[in-house]
Design a protein around this ligand. Structure first.
Ligand code: KG4
Ligand code: ZN
Length: 322
């Protein structure tokens, strides 16, 4: 009924999210956002069935602001309180649209903090069958962008420049990780060496052959091709593991989720692979891919049906398994 997003631009100049500034911005934003969302939905607080909040994982300061606010609201309105796991919510964003996957489905969740392949047997029964052992896919995009001198978050900018580039021009290493897990830290190192050598070598030999000016000029003159090649490698790492997971589980209903699923190269490759493999594929609408309230609400809806409520002692957690 409404899905209001307050974007925090305060972090841009720091090249990443500053936790303390994030909590403060949350404090300032939460009342206006709640007000605006109620207005847009044209509902009053008393008409709500329950109050849901993001319990984990995330930056603890930001989570605390949301949880204290939600608890206060639930207590004062005498409504049930629902604690939602952020990663479950990313997966269930696929249940918002009319055209939904049937159960069981597989979901590749790719965000700034996580990269997971999840088997979803019901809205409340989810199992992680593969995940990153180091950086997340979004981090791989953002850290690569930082190496290119692009501002944070660089993922969308790599996407933008890649649109005019040749993805086959440069080749970056594909990590050999067994099973369904991912690794992106080696890719980052290979990009670092490649750039510092101004494209002369893509392997870990004589490091840093070029001076800073030469490197900068190389990046400037080849930005589109570098971005397209980085994007192509991140996408191929993701698609190879997803294909493997689909083969191993025999599941053909396949979803994408998380902020990185806004990436146009990934969306294209995912749809093409789905056609080739005879999958039925689903990608949430753009506004439900990056962090949003609607995905928390749809998860809360299913928890509400199961009366999965929490008490006032419920508290957020920076890290949490599910
Ligand atoms: O799910 P999300 O909004 O927040 C987290 O829970 O982390 O994901 C944010 C991540 C960031 O790393 C951002 O760079 C990446 O999603 N992202 C993209 C694109 N749009 C957002 N990465 C590549 N291409 C995009 N178009
Ligand atoms: Zn997220």
């Amino acid at each position: 009924m409404s899905n209001i997003i307050a974007t925090q631009t305060v972090h841009e100049k720091f090249g990443g999210v500053v936790p303390e500034l994030a909590s403060r911005a949350h404090m300032q934003n939460i009342l206006p956002v709640v007000d605006q969302s109620l207005k847009q939905a044209a509902v009053s607080l008393t008409e709500l069935d329950a109050i849901a909040y993001t319990q984990a994982p995330g930056l603890i300061g930001a989570l605390l602001v949301g949880s204290q606010f939600a608890k206060s609201l639930a207590l004062s309105l005498n409504k049930p309180l629902i604690a939602v796991h952020h990663m479950q919510a990313h997966v269930l964003a696929n249940l918002i649209a009319e055209d939904r996957p049937s159960f069981p489905f597989l979901c590749l969740t790719v965000s700034g903090g996580h990269t997971q392949i999840v088997v979803c047997e019901s809205p409340t029964k989810l199992t992680v069958i593969g995940e990153t052992i180091d950086d997340a896919a979004g981090e791989a995009f953002d850290k690569s962008a930082k190496l290119l001198g692009l501002p944070y978050p660089g993922g969308p900018l790599i996407d933008k420049y890649a649109a005019n580039g040749n993805p086959k021009r440069f080749s970056f290493t594909e990590p050999q990780i067994p099973g369904l897990d991912f690794s992106f830290s080696g890719l980052k190192t290979s990009i670092l060496y490649f750039l510092k050598n101004a494209g002369e070598s893509n392997v870990f030999k004589e490091a840093f052959l070029a001076d800073e000016e030469t490197c900068k000029l190389f990046i400037k003159n080849n930005l589109a091709d570098i971005c397209a090649s980085i994007q192509a490698r991140i996408v191929s790492i993701l698609m190879n593991k997803l294909k493997k997971a689909a083969h191993e589980t025999g599941i053909k209903q396949i979803c994408l989720a998380g902020g990185v699923s806004a990436n146009s190269g990934l969306r294209k490759a995912f749809t093409a692979l789905g056609e080739k493999e005879n999958w039925k594929t689903f990608i949430p609408a753009f506004e439900y891919c990056t962090d949003n309230a609607a995905m928390i609400a749809i998860t809360a809806h299913y928890k509400f049906l199961e009366k999965d409520f929490v008490g006032m002692e419920s508290s957020p957690s920076a890290r949490a398994e599910w």
